[in-house]
Design a binder for this molecule. Structure first.
Ligand code: ADP
Ligand code: TYD
Length: 208
């Protein structure tokens, strides 16, 4: 746990319900009187939102995997400097929809074996890890159909299909074992309220 504030992240495959759960958790904590900053990656600061448009729109082959690692890490650095660190220093609870674990998975695993490169750049430029990471684990078939139900231009990674999502699911579960001290796995194959109840229980225990 950080000396002041608390840094919580949500991770999981596309359509697993991260944004929904992040929003519900923020609402719950605000009702409890906590000062909450709800944010997301890629994005969460003006500069990082601009980079988001570069990485999530257009031709899937627009960037090499290596360039993508640099872009996601650049966005994260800006987000950290301008949004996350200042909020934590003021004692706020920061809830972030995706963070460095997503780069470990999407750039480090899905596009070849680049985890070493992801880790090196993370150690150089980011270093911070969340106090608590909630992995919303779910069946990729359900996740993909939920994600496809949404409208929008940001389809790049969702378009990779079911095989990649299976690989990502397994990868996230392995990551939860690797960082067992900060990861908690939540079963996302249930209605929103049941998932939210588990999330709230885990977070309230951590905050106490
Ligand atoms: P993510 O941020 O992980 O991509 P979202 O929170 O955007 O996922 O959810 C994807 C879609 O599935 C949204 O339309 C959302 O309303 C819906 N959804 C989220 N959680 C559940 C759930 N537990 N049961 C059914 N539908 C859900
Ligand atoms: P997000 O908006 O969270 O998508 P979803 O709601 O579908 O989960 O994230 C957009 C995409 O960006 C998602 O497919 C995962 C990808 N991504 C990376 O490839 N690397 C990263 O470091 C991050 C943060 C996201």
């Amino acid at each position: 746990m950080t000396a002041r504030g608390m840094f919580l992240t949500f991770e999981g495959i596309d359509g697993s319900g991260k944004s929904t759960q992040a929003r519900l958790l923020a609402k719950h904590l605000r009702r409890e009187g906590r000062d909450v900053v709800l944010t997301r990656e890629p994005g969460g600061s003006d500069g990082a939102e601009e980079i988001r448009n570069l990485v999530l729109q257009g031709d899937p082959d627009r960037w090499s995997a290596e360039t993508e690692i640099l872009l996601f890490t650049a966005a994260r650095r800006d987000h950290l400097e301008r949004t996350i660190e200042p909020a934590l220093a003021e004692g706020k609870v920061v809830i972030c929809d995706r963070f460095a674990d997503s780069t470990r998975m999407y750039q480090g695993l899905s596009r070849g074996d680049l985890r070493g490169l992801v880790d090196q750049l993370h150690n150089l430029m980011i270093r911070r890890e969340p106090d608590l990471t909630l992995l919303i684990d779910m069946d990729p078939e359900i996740g993909l159909s939920r994600a496809k139900g949404r409208q929008g231009e940001e389809e790049r990674f969702e378009d990779f299909g079911i095989d990649l999502q299976q690989k990502m699911r397994a990868g996230f579960l392995a990551l939860a074992n690797e960082f067992a001290d900060r990861f908690r796995v939540v079963d996302g194959n249930r209605d929103m309220d049941s998932v939210a109840q588990d999330v709230t229980d885990i977070v309230m225990k951590s905050l106490r």
